[in-house]
Design a protein around this ligand. Structure first.
Ligand SMILES: Cc1ncc(COP(=O)(O)O)c(C=O)c1O
Length: 382
């Protein structure tokens, strides 16, 4: 696989922003998460195109590293993985609808059941087809998103018991505050979910998987693990929030970069970019970098932001545009075609996505999944 680095003759190449995806770092993060949760199975969450890292290569690398159950949101995302040859189990989180049943059965995709009327839909399908996709029941323990209500759980479990044609393989829920320092609400959700697991056992349901944990809770809530944890963010190498402990030493998987396409020497006071609200204090080299907010470059980062180049940080000059932004290099003269590091770790500079999230009042989730547009992904294995 191809790797980038400054000093290459980029004049010979097409200019575009680049997301360099370090699959070796991804695998090391996965191994550290697995070590943290011990015997509990880790389900990598690869929805939203692997949080902007490319679902197929990410899943293939993790499958090779031993992961065997993946979480996506839509059936289309699941089918993309199957088309690419992913053999592991796949669970979709989206609200169940009749259109996905046939594909789920044919491609062995596990579905999410999150409301009572879906049980009847599945039952009718199972009876007419003589077979049924596997399902996980989603219980709303406090997020107030998809999921059956706590006071309906007993009735719904009885319903599953009386319809053995439906293959109930798992029961799960989702935390709303596990990445916050105050764990009281997450603890309440754990308590509710434990009650659900007890009810399922009492009902005699042979449910294989119980899961509620995500990145935030994997870091500091061992009581949340049950027998499977669903993790996204920490696999990609960022902490979900400032309030979670850094109990696993993560490596950022993506280096997001943009090429320098033009350089000009300007006088002190020369206005730069839209609004003319930035001007260098002294004469400076201003570089134009080809990466804009349409590619995922965080627009508001320009106010305090900087990029890395050959181990030094240089301030972003003026507002980030749709396709480009400018950098104040002072008296340093960077080479056209070299890439600046926007976030990630290129061995010389390290700019964490968490820091940009803090400065722009966004989250690493928003920033990561925004990477796209004209960005070219390059995969690095070692
Ligand atoms: C249902 C579900 N499970 C697990 C995850 C993974 O969360 P995280 O990336 O915080 O680990 C998500 C992500 O939003 C999700 O929607």
């Amino acid at each position: 696989m191809q790797t980038l680095g400054n000093g290459h003759d980029w004049k010979l190449r097409m200019f575009s922003p680049v997301a360099e995806i370090h699959l070796d770092r991804l695998v090391r993060n996965y191994e550290k998460v697995q070590a943290q949760v011990g015997d509990t199975q880790v389900m990598p969450v690869v929805k939203a195109d692997g949080y902007g890292h490319g679902a197929v290569p990410v899943t293939q690398a993790l499958e090779k590293a031993g992961a065997s159950f993946f979480g996506v949101f839509t059936m289309e995302e699941a089918l993309e993985l199957r088309r690419a040859g992913v053999e592991g189990k796949i669970l979709t989180f989206e609200c169940l609808n009749g259109d996905v049943l046939e594909s789920a059965l044919k491609k062995d995709i596990t579905l999410n059941v999150s409301w009572h009327d879906q049980i009847e839909l599945l039952s009718d399908f199972a009876v007419s087809e003589g077979n049924c996709p596997k399902v996980h029941l989603k219980v709303d323990t406090g997020m107030t998103r998809l999921g059956v209500l706590m006071d309906e759980v007993e009735k719904i479990l009885d319903e599953f018991k009386s319809r053995p044609e439906i293959r109930l393989e798992g029961i799960y829920s989702h935390y709303s505050t596990s990445d916050e320092g105050d764990k009281s609400y997450a603890d309440l959700q754990t308590e509710r979910f434990t009650r659900v697991a007890t009810l399922a056992e009492a009902a005699g349901l042979k449910t294989k998987y119980f899961h509620i944990s995500n990145s935030g809770s994997v870091l500091d809530m061992p009581q949340s693990y049950f027998n499977l944890v669903r993790v996204g963010m920490i696999l990609y190498g960022a902490y979900p929030s400032d309030e979670t402990p850094e109990s696993i030493n993560l490596e950022p998987v993506m280096n997001f970069m943009g090429p320098i396409v033009q350089l000009k020497r300007v006088k002190a006071g020369t206005p730069v970019s839209y609004g003319s609200d930035y001007a260098p204090d002294s004469d400076a080299y201003i570089a134009v970098v080809q990466a804009g907010f349409a590619d995922g470059m965080p627009r508001n980062w320009f106010k305090k932001g900087y990029v890395g180049y050959r181990g030094r940080n240089y301030p972003i000059a003026g507002r980030v545009c749709m396709d480009q932004f400018m950098v104040n290099f002072g008296d340093d003269e960077p080479a056209i075609g070299d890439h600046v590091l926007i976030f990630g770790d290129d061995g010389e500079s390290r700019i964490l996505i968490e820091e940009i999230a803090r400065a722009t009042d966004l989250t690493p989730y928003v920033l990561m999944t925004a990477i796209g547009g004209r960005t070219r992904r390059i995969y690095v294995e070692g």
